[in-house]
Ligand binder design. Structure first.
Ligand SMILES: NC(=O)c1ccc[n+]([C@@H]2O[C@H](COP(=O)([O-])OP(=O)(O)OC[C@H]3O[C@@H](n4cnc5c(N)ncnc54)[C@H](O)[C@@H]3O)[C@@H](O)[C@H]2O)c1
Length: 330
């Protein structure tokens, strides 16, 4: 049985969700919604589904099983709260865009609502939903890296928007912090320095230090100041038994065993033709649909809203550190 899916927020990202629901064998797209009529109408005409301009009307008319919330707003996160709460109240499983919210208190209420109603509520933390990242995780779980010691993460793209001093930190780094947490677990302390690129008003480039609860230490470099083209992301994790480097999260994984001059490089076609970044969305959406279809318990789903909130909490600590020049304990 396919899941009846709908999308709220028909910007570029909502349109991508809708297209991928249409293409996924586990789903049937039944409706799209945007408060901007032209956006809803254009998507509806292209996708052959009804357009709605009010999420509550769509939810009560169509009673979808699964809803994507791809709204944005201030710091790319202020508009998620209302439609997410509406979709959960309508007993839909929800896949929300990142950041879960730009406001921690709202994010806490959203997570609590999903728990209260026992619904799967996931966030599109798509950067870890790749065959390469999964392989890296399995190497780690098999003990190939020995006892974990450190993680170095970096991501850089161009985003000239100047909406808030913390836009880059709150909007880009849910992804990188989630990847770090995926490999290394919960974060217990954070520190951050940041800088403003020439001509910019916001903290557009930043350097973070984290300590994880298991003792692992980590660094993260991030920037909204560098045009894409070359790889845009890199994650290195090391332990007493060796080290791996993940390029672009999907492109290539290299394992460097400690004390051994041979390295192993994993790349396509091993990853089944995972050719580009868009496939991270395809894979993440399919995983959510698969877990809902299989009846996975809401607290067990991959990339849950609780994990999205945990990433945002670490970023809030980093922002407090930036403001106070102190280490902040979570
Ligand atoms: N996962 C990723 O890799 C990735 C990449 C880029 C952006 N994003 C995230 O995707 C989200 C959307 O990005 P975008 O660029 O498409 O944004 P956008 O601003 O272009 O589109 C958002 C749309 O939501 C609509 N909207 C707002 N409130 C609504 C409501 N209550 N009901 C119905 N429609 C409503 C707006 O009218 C707008 O058309 C953001 O949160 C962003 O952070 C994720």
């Amino acid at each position: 049985m396919t899941l009846r899916t709908a999308v709220i927020g028909m910007g570029p990202i909502g349109n991508r969700h809708a297209k991928l629901y249409r293409e996924d064998e586990l789903a049937e797209l039944v409706g799209v919604c945007d408060i901007i009529h032209e956006r809803a109408d254009a998507a509806a005409a292209r996708l052959g589904v009804p357009a709605y301009y009010d999420a509550e009307v769509m939810l009560s008319d169509l009673t979808p099983d699964v809803v994507s919330v791809a709204t944005a707003g201030y710091e790319n996160g202020s508009d998620h709260y209302q439609p997410t709460m509406q979709a959960l109240e309508a007993r839909c499983h929800v896949l929300g865009e990142k950041p879960i919210s730009n406001d921690i208190r709202q994010a806490e209420k959203m997570v609590a609502k999903g728990v209260e109603l026992d619904l799967c509520y996931g966030i599109n933390l798509n950067h870890r939903f790749t065959p390469a990242a999964r392989l890296a995780k399995s190497l780690l779980d098999e003990g190939k890296l020995g006892d974990l010691l450190f993680v170095n993460m970096a991501m850089w793209i161009m985003n000239p928007a100047e909406s808030s001093p913390y836009f880059h930190i709150k909007s880009l780094h849910p992804h990188t912090v989630d990847v770090m947490r995926y490999f290394c677990g919960d974060i217990e302390a954070a520190h951050c320095f940041a800088t403003k690129a020439p001509g910019r008003q916001i903290w557009s480039t930043a350097q973070f230090s984290f300590r994880f609860r298991n003792g692992v230490v980590g660094s993260l470099t991030g920037s909204y100041d560098i045009e894409r083209g070359h790889p845009m992301e890199r994650c290195e994790v090391a332990g007493t038994g060796g080290r791996f480097v993940l390029d672009d999260m999907w492109r290539e994984l290299t394992l460097y065993p400690a004390g051994d001059l041979q390295k192993t490089v994993y790349t396509d076609p091993l990853f089944g033709g995972f050719h580009n970044f868009e496939n991270t969305f395809r894979e993440r959406i399919h995983c959510f649909l698969r877990q809902v279809t299989d009846g996975v318990a809401p607290e067990e789903i991959d990339g849950s809203a609780a994990e999205g909130l945990a990433a945002q909490n670490a970023l809030a600590a980093a922002i407090e550190s930036l403001e106070t020049e102190r280490v902040i304990y979570l």
